[in-house]
Design a protein around this ligand. Structure first.
Ligand code: C2E
Ligand code: CA
Ligand code: CA
Ligand code: CA
Length: 278
């Protein structure tokens, strides 16, 4: 038993060392990723459930590390936040997303909304208002077509400066949505205070609505509360026809998920839009 224990321990530290080495390599590489042009955005369609049309897309960051592999955001965003690199990376995401939206319109595609994820670090350490203004003026995008996705944890910080920044962003004419809604401390007071436009119901509630009556009740309650407060509501992580049907019944406004389309590069999205007739 002792030997097995020691082997287990050794395996564990080797595993930890491998992870630590990988994290270190990743952090080092992250520093040059922007100048090496290694980031790209994928876009996932958002469907209006009543019409079936695509009304928007969410921009999702990808890192083509050293032209080798596509690193998913969950593996590098925490490191980018700790180092502060998320500020210049986030600026790049804003500019790139706005410019892509304008390119699609020039190609004759419908005027989609473009949703961009924001990190709390961009509020604390960057000049977010300035970044948004610059992305809008560089691209010429109508501010009403830009939607900023915030997390509940950011809104709970509730400092004067966050409130002030959000107020300024709203006055630019951009839209605000709350990402992963329901997973944070759902202090609903902030819904009115921050003048958000939309709630994104987290996929953990959406996934099982066709089979779990509790999840179905939660989603239905969120939709009805949102509508009472004159907010729009979108369901994330829709993976099946069954879930789509429940969302219709619950009167949810929009939906996003693999059932409709996976995130894809900008050109592929344009082709998909034309081919699918959405
Ligand atoms: P998120 O904002 O909640 O984005 C939704 C995630 O769910 C995306 O993962 C998307 O690819 C995935 N997804 C979409 N449809 C389905 C589905 O039907 N089933 C399942 N299981 N998953 C689905 P992704 O692209 O790996 O992004 C992960 C997270 O990374 C995002 O979660 C967001 O928090 C963060 N992120 C992505 N891009 C950015 C960015 O530009 N800036 C910042 N700060 N964070 C970002
Ligand atoms: Ca999001
Ligand atoms: Ca989300
Ligand atoms: Ca998430």
């Amino acid at each position: 038993a002792k030997r097995a224990g020691r082997n287990t321990w050794r395996f564990y530290t080797e595993q930890m060392n491998a992870n630590a080495v990988e994290q270190l390599q990743l952090r080092t590489a992250l520093h040059s990723a922007l100048e090496n042009d290694e980031f790209l955005l994928h876009y996932q369609p958002q469907i209006n459930l009543a019409s079936g049309h695509v009304v928007g897309v969410e921009a999702l960051l990808r890192w083509h590390w050293d032209k080798r592999e596509l690193v998913p955001p969950d593996r590098f965003i925490p490191a980018a936040e700790e180092s502060g690199l998320i500020v210049p990376i986030g600026d790049w995401v804003l500019r790139e997303a706005c410019m892509q939206a304008v390119r699609w319109t020039r190609q004759g595609l419908p005027e989609l909304t473009i949703a961009v994820n924001l990190s709390a670090v961009q509020f604390r350490r960057g000049d977010l208002e300035r970044s948004v203004v610059r992305a809008l003026s560089l691209s010429g995008l109508d501010p009403a077509r830009l939607e900023l996705e915030l997390t509940e944890s950011l809104l709970l910080v509730d400092t004067e400066s966050v409130i002030e920044t959000l107020r300024r962003l709203k006055s630019l004419g951009v839209r605000l949505s709350i990402d992963d809604f329901g997973t944070g401390y759902s202090s609903l007071a902030y819904l009115k205070r921050f003048a958000v436009d939309k709630l994104k119901i987290d996929q953990s509630f959406v996934r099982d609505i066709a089979t779990d009556p509790d999840d179905a009740a939660i989603v239905r309650a969120i939709v009805s509360m949102a509508h009472t407060l004159k907010l729009q509501v979108i369901a994330e992580g829709v993976e099946s026809e069954d879930i789509d049907r429940f969302l219709h019944i619950f009167n949810c406004d929009e939906a996003q998920g693999y059932h409709y389309a996976r995130p894809m590069p900008g050109d592929a999205l344009a082709e998909w839009l034309v081919a699918s007739g959405r």
